[in-house]
Design a protein around this ligand. Structure first.
Ligand code: RFL
Ligand code: PHB
Length: 391
């Protein structure tokens, strides 16, 4: 099998890249190790930056998002039993975000790819990327019980944190920057209308809590839990009781309960692999970097990477110049490090760190007070949350 761009992974990065390349008249093949139902059901991100929304629209992949997505013009920060709204459009010259789940973005892109695009093979597991330094890199993969080889001009590793692409960069050339956090998020989906019409990020002595949503009738809620917690250790009643305590306000706000349909624990990590390119192998999305979910940046970064790659390859095709492809890693990493910084700031601002000293706890409250009393500090948060424009 032969193609121009071999794409490993059909998460948001791989699927959107296939769509962007298709629109630019460039052939690709997508290999995905899981089956379609699994990819379409994996619960993850919920917030699309303004720039991500714009990219999906320009790619012709936004029809359902524009019907069913919920435009959000702000978030609420809650601490000390008080509520503080951050008004995005007022602080950022009109920018906002969209609540539209990653599962739905993936469903839309899969349907489009199968209808209009090149091959998208499910249950096709990439085993290794070979010849990244040559003119003809290839992907060895297993499909329908047989091993096969996909020969490519370029390989883009969109295979997430646990994929095979990143290890194909020689260890001597790799640099990893990493931080793990001594807590995770217990996330639940519940069949109950969200108790607030915007996301609520709550700082509390008992730990962080987040109220998000999937639709007007489905809530998505998260609780900070100790590292290594098993979701099954928490009964539904315990989860609701804990959420109630962490979200409690002085003005009598109420959290509505409903049946919990899914629960799982996510570890929290910051991770960057440099460089994001080796020869003709390019890394995109979670394959190259991870952010803790507090800043809602992971999916949006994946989108930024593949937009950068598609633009660079289109430029090469049109002008013969590899200038943008050569700048890929540097261009992406500028944005990646801003998202790392913001996600780290939001995480350390809002979580209770085990072992924090009283001094550090007071500093955390001072940071919250600063954001809620200074328009400059609030603007900084609003700009980063709604996302920096793609450069
Ligand atoms: P993905 O989605 O992990 O997709 C990688 C795909 O590659 C496949 N794969 C392989 N295929 C073939 N051969 C192999 N050898 C393969 N190995 C792996 C996998 O099956 C999979 O289908 O990576 P991608 O595309 O880079 O997308 C990244 C995003 O999924 C991720 O950053 C976000 O979900 C992070 N995230 C959030 N991001 C946001 O922008 N906003 C949010 O609100 C947000 N909330 C979250 C999140 C992530 C969370 N978890 C579960 C980590 C909330 C949570 C709880
Ligand atoms: C989500 O809805 O899953 C979500 C929203 C905002 C975050 C993280 C996750 O910061």
């Amino acid at each position: 099998m032969r193609t121009t761009v071999g794409i490993i992974g059909a998460g948001p990065a791989g699927l959107l890249l296939a769509r962007l390349l298709h629109n630019a008249g460039i052939e690709s093949v997508v290999l995905e190790s899981r089956d379609r139902a699994y990819v379409e059901r994996r619960q993850r991100a919920g917030i699309l930056e303004q720039g991500t929304v714009d990219v999906l629209r320009a790619a012709g992949a936004a029809a359902r998002m524009d019907r069913e997505g919920l435009r959000h013009d702000g978030i609420e920060l809650r601490f000390d039993r008080r509520r503080h709204r951050i008004d995005f459009p007022a602080l950022t010259a009109g920018r906002s975000v969209m609540v539209y789940a990653q599962t739905e973005v993936c469903k839309d892109l899969i349907a489009l790819q199968l209808k209009e695009g090149g091959p998208l093979l499910f249950e096709a597991e990439a085993l290794a990327v070979e010849g990244a330094e040559s003119e003809r890199p290839c992907v060895r993969f297993r499909y329908e019980g047989r091993e096969d080889v996909l020969e490519c001009d370029y390989v883009v590793g969109c295979d997430g944190f646990w994929g095979v692409s990143r290890p194909a960069v020689p260890a001597a050339l790799s640099r990893v920057f990493e931080r793990t956090y001594p807590f995770g998020w217990l996330g639940v989906l519940a069949d109950v209308p969200p108790s607030h019409d915007e996301l609520v990020y709550a700082h509390h002595d008992r730990g962080f809590a987040l109220l998000s949503m999937r639709s007007p009738s489905v809530s998505r809620l998260y609780l900070q839990v100790p590292e290594g917690t098993d979701a099954e250790d928490w009964s539904d009643d315990e989860i609701w009781a804990e959420l109630e305590q962490r979200f409690e306000t002085a003005d009598g706000w109420r959290l509505e309960r409903g049946p919990i349909t899914q629960k799982s624990v996510t570890p929290m990590r910051s991770f960057v692999h440099e460089p994001m390119r080796h020869g003709r192998l390019f890394l995109a999305g979670d394959a190259a970097h991870i952010v803790p979910p507090t800043g809602a940046k992971g999916l949006n970064l994946a989108v930024g990477d593949v937009v950068t790659f598609a633009r660079a390859l289109t430029y090469q095709k049109e002008t013969g110049s590899t200038e943008l492809l050569d700048a890929y890693s540097e261009t992406c990493l500028r944005r990646v490090w801003q998202a790392e910084r913001f996600s780290y700031d939001m995480t350390t601002l809002l979580h209770r760190a085990p072992g924090a000293t009283p001094f550090e706890e007071r500093l955390q409250l001072a940071r919250l007070a600063r954001i809620t009393s200074s328009r400059a500090a609030e603007t900084d948060l609003a700009e980063a949350y709604t996302g920096f424009p793609h450069d």
